[in-house]
Design a protein around this ligand. Structure first.
Ligand code: ADP
Length: 308
């Protein structure tokens, strides 16, 4: 095989209570990429459509993640990359992670799968380092493994795939405002109280248990963030109203996707997820902010090949 076309899913990181450790892959929103083997060594981005992003290999997360894989491989050739962005950069649904993940997964396929998924996460994390200055795995892990993932630890990297109940759907609304990832990190406190910690890790345990046992009520009760959301939500106009509207429309829970400004909700069943999307939409219509809405089932496979 010389060439492969892949679907690279958008992802929701944090999922309310799991700041920096939980993430989930989406199915109906993601980028497409074409990766091609070349005889000359190195990586070239030959096409980039849909978003205004750098095409230089060292400035693009797909190039940087791909170079990390090349450096660890004994392959003497190189790759050409075409990127068709559907996910808006800086939206909070893992735009950079989709490109990093798509690149390394496709290259691994073209080389006959010499690397494990865990190794691919580590290469893709180099792309995340370029995008945000921190080589975090909470978006790239679900993009590669599919479903929900827990980053249990970094030293050594330990990723735990978590099953998803079959009727679980995600709704994401992306208000078209700019929230810089660096700003949304800067405003966070570096210390938390023991009381908040106890409530928060109770919820992380509850959410993971609910996902394993298909207990939708437990999932809903656990989708509460005592630590980050109260601070970060200040940067997202209309956040409280959107959250109230989503819960009133029947969502199990609602919170900030990644570092925002996208807001996600989880619901039981697609019909409910669509209703939740309509309720969220109404809030931004009234405020007068443009938005995109995505309703998606949980993507259990992660990045995958598609026919060209
Ligand atoms: P999101 O908020 O959707 O997770 P990120 O903050 O992860 O988005 O990434 C956006 C940043 O990464 C932008 O600064 C963008 O210029 C940079 N970037 C570099 N290459 C890419 C790429 N291929 N796709 C998306 N973003 C990229």
């Amino acid at each position: 095989m010389k060439e492969i076309k892949v679907f690279c899913p958008a992802t929701i990181a944090n999922i309310s209570c799991g700041f920096d450790v939980l993430g989930v892959a989406l199915d109906s929103v993601g980028d497409e990429m074409v990766i091609r083997k070349t005889s000359e060594n190195g990586i070239r981005i030959t096409r980039l459509e849909g978003q205004n992003l750098p095409m230089e290999t060292l400035q693009n997360v797909a190039g940087v993640a791909g170079l990390a894989l090349l450096a660890a491989s004994d392959y003497s050739g190189g790759f050409e990359i075409e990127i068709y962005k559907k996910i808006k950069a800086g939206s909070g649904i893992g735009s950079s992670a989709a490109s990093s993940t798509g690149a390394v997964w496709a290259m691994n396929e073209l080389l006959g799968n010499p690397f494990s998924k865990l190794e691919l996460v580590q290469f893709a994390m180099e792309g995340e380092r370029l995008a945000s200055g921190v080589s975090h795995a909470d978006n790239v892990a679900p993009a590669l493994f599919g479903g929900f993932t827990l980053v249990r630890g970094y030293e050594p990297l330990d990723i735990v795939p978590i099953p998803s109940p079959s009727e679980l759907f995600a709704t994401v609304i992306h208000p078209q405002i700019e929230v810089k990832t660096s700003d949304s990190r800067k405003i966070l406190k570096t210390k938390i109280t023991l009381a908040d910690g106890i409530k928060q890790w109770g919820n992380v345990g509850g959410l993971v248990a609910g996902l394993f046992t298909n207990d939708y009520d437990l999932i809903g009760r656990s989708l509460v963030d005592y630590i980050v959301e109260p601070i970060r939500s200040i940067l997202i106009p209309g956040f409280d109203e959107v959250k109230i509207a989503a819960i009133e429309a029947g969502a199990l829970g609602c919170g900030i996707s990644g570092s925002g400004p996208s807001i996600f909700a989880l619901s039981k069943g697609e019909e409910k997820a669509v209703k939740v999307g309509n309720a969220m939409r109404e809030i931004y219509q009234n405020i007068g902010i443009d938005y995109d809405v995505h309703v998606s089932k949980i993507n259990l496979d992660g990045v995958r090949s598609i026919s060209s």
